[in-house]
Write a protein that binds this ligand. Structure first.
Ligand SMILES: [Mg+2]
Length: 209
């Protein structure tokens, strides 16, 4: 698939579906080390995105991502709404071509991560969504440098995000609500890293169609 507006819409429709499918899992993960609302919050947010997207007049992928950003910011409670909203907004600003290439995708992912870190002040290894995004950015950068196709850049990012989310299990949380648990946060995967990996997986899947 050419990576333009149709890809962005397919990506976001995939996000709506995956968040709904993993709602209970995300609730359970957040119940273990947070306040248990992550699955419900995200599902509410992406349900609102779906309804807005169906009636909105979007002319390019940047418009799609901007709509996602503003909707998540206004409908998702807790920390994840502003964090993901900022990520999508910053990524949207990097959309300068209608047909996105490897470099554009890397720039979007880098901007998304920078937005999350500007808002959340978390570094890698603190058991947050940064632990999915940071390896995703590195993998995308490498794939683009190696001359891979856009869909392969997104695949590399998605796989690295998933590995990063899994790797949050043994970490001790030092940022966010889970940090109050200290050692007791060890052994549970971070819900934010997990959901971010699901969202990035959908970006790759939409491109592979
Ligand atoms: Mg929560």
């Amino acid at each position: 698939m050419t990576l333009g507006k149709d890809w962005a819409i397919a990506w976001i429709e995939g996000c709506v579906k995956t968040v709904s499918e993993h709602r209970e899992e995300l609730i359970e993960l957040d119940r273990a080390i947070g306040d248990g609302d992550h699955g419900e919050n995200l599902d509410r947010g992406f349900t609102a995105v779906k309804s807005k997207l169906s009636s909105a007049d979007v002319s390019n992928s940047g418009d799609v991502l901007k709509l996602v950003a503003t909707t998540l910011m206004s409908t998702v409670g807790g920390a994840s709404g502003p964090l993901l909203g900022t990520a999508f907004l910053r990524a949207a600003k990097e959309v300068t071509a209608e047909n996105l290439g490897p470099r554009d995708l890397v720039a979007m992912l880098e901007a998304g991560l920078a937005g999350i870190q500007a808002r959340g002040k978390a570094d890698e290894g603190e058991k947050t969504m940064v632990d999915a995004w940071a390896p995703a950015v590195r993998a995308a950068e490498k794939a683009a440098k190696d001359g891979l196709a856009p869909e392969a850049v997104l695949r590399a990012a998605a796989d690295a995000a998933q590995a990063g989310a899994v790797a949050t299990g043994p970490l001790k949380a030092t940022k966010g609500r889970a940090s109050y648990l200290g050692e007791r946060s060890i052994g549970h995967r971070d819900p934010g890293a997990t959901s971010s990996a699901y969202l990035l997986e959908e970006a790759a899947k939409a491109a592979e169609k």
